[in-house]
Design a protein around this ligand. Structure first.
Ligand code: PMP
Length: 316
């Protein structure tokens, strides 16, 4: 096993502590019932080698507080103080390269009733080094899942609610056991929703197509970014219901998300997507994305919160 990718410090119960000390009881409500909500945020080493670019931090902070609302969790944080807490932790850890930041809101009481009210809530944040999660270059194979995407009226998928990730885990296992890399989940009406941990875009006749935010998907921050990049490039975007059979005739397809970044899809259920290689619109959007996060695209510099990195020395 290689060195732990975990960075040294975490935010826990109101202060920064060594990650090893950020521990909770096995009886914690969130552990027993999945009554937590989380965020996943990437920090990229800028092309200058001296700065960590946290991608769309205010949007992630806002979405986490919305997820907390779904959990009826009141926290002593505003969007601004939550974002500040995350920046402080990044500064304290002084990363030398790309990181993934995981804030976690959870029902911290040790209590037996599965409910949302009358329980304590806490915020924890930890971070790790992270490279690609799916292949962003050659692309990935996708498989339509037999597991239905969790419906809004069952567990709201627009929040990043911990318990709902059992749905993702079931679908991910099934996809991998079929020899694919990632799942495509359909909603209760048979419409295409998203991946197990990412949103999905298709390209049909030069337009980007993706499920609407009322389609049992997570309101992805990368998804929102893709839509903006496409519109700015003059590429039409359709947010609409997608039939399963459209997956088999599209010109291009890709997954996107904080962990996934942009992963071209080369086949779906064993059928090649387009020519079976990443297509031109996918490649264009991927290029804008990576230029942006590495600090090379001034048009989208406002998506980045900049923190000083620790410059790796020869002795490190
Ligand atoms: N859908 C699901 C189920 C996810 O877990 C994620 C990852 N957060 C996404 C979509 C992508 O969302 P974002 O771009 O905000 O990371």
């Amino acid at each position: 096993m290689g060195a732990s990718p975990m960075l040294e410090y975490a935010f826990f119960e109101g202060r920064i502590v060594p990650f090893a000390d950020a521990k909770i009881s096995v009886g914690t409500h969130a552990v027993q019932y999945g009554t937590g909500a989380f965020a996943g945020i990437r920090g990229y080493l800028d092309a200058d080698g001296e700065t960590i670019n946290i991608f769309r931090l205010p949007e992630h902070a806002a979405r986490l507080l919305n997820s907390a609302k779904l959990l009826r969790a009141t926290l002593p944080f505003t969007r601004e103080t939550l974002a500040r807490t995350i920046v402080d932790l990044v500064e304290k850890n002084a990363p030398t390269g790309d990181v993934y930041i995981r804030p976690f809101v959870y029902k911290s009481s040790v209590q037996l009733t599965p409910r949302l009210t009358g329980l304590d809530n806490e915020l924890a944040v930890y971070m790790l080094q992270l490279g690609d999660y799916l292949d962003t270059a050659a692309g990935v194979k996708a498989a339509v899942s037999s597991w239905q995407r969790v419906a809004d009226n069952a567990i709201p998928g627009r929040g990043k609610l911990s318990g709902a990730y059992i749905n993702s885990a079931l679908a991910k296992d099934e996809a991998e056991e079929k020899g694919a890399d990632e799942a495509i989940l359909l909603d209760q009406h048979g419409h295409v929703a998203e991946g197990s941990g990412c949103n999905l875009f298709l390209v049909r006749d030069g337009a980007l197509v993706t499920a609407p935010i009322t389609g049992d998907i997570l309101e992805g921050i990368t998804r929102r970014t893709m839509i903006q990049f496409a519109r700015d490039e003059g590429i039409p975007v359709e947010e609409r219901d997608i039939d399963r059979s459209e997956l088999y005739i599209v010109d291009e397809a890709f997954f996107c998300g904080t962990g996934v970044q942009i992963a071209p899809i080369t086949s779906i259920d064993g059928r090649p997507v387009g020519d079976g290689i990443p297509g031109p619109i996918t490649l264009k959007i991927r290029e804008i994305f990576f230029d942006t996060v590495r600090g090379r695209n001034p048009d989208y510099a406002h998506f980045l919160t900049k923190v000083r990195a620790k410059v790796a020395s020869a002795a490190d």
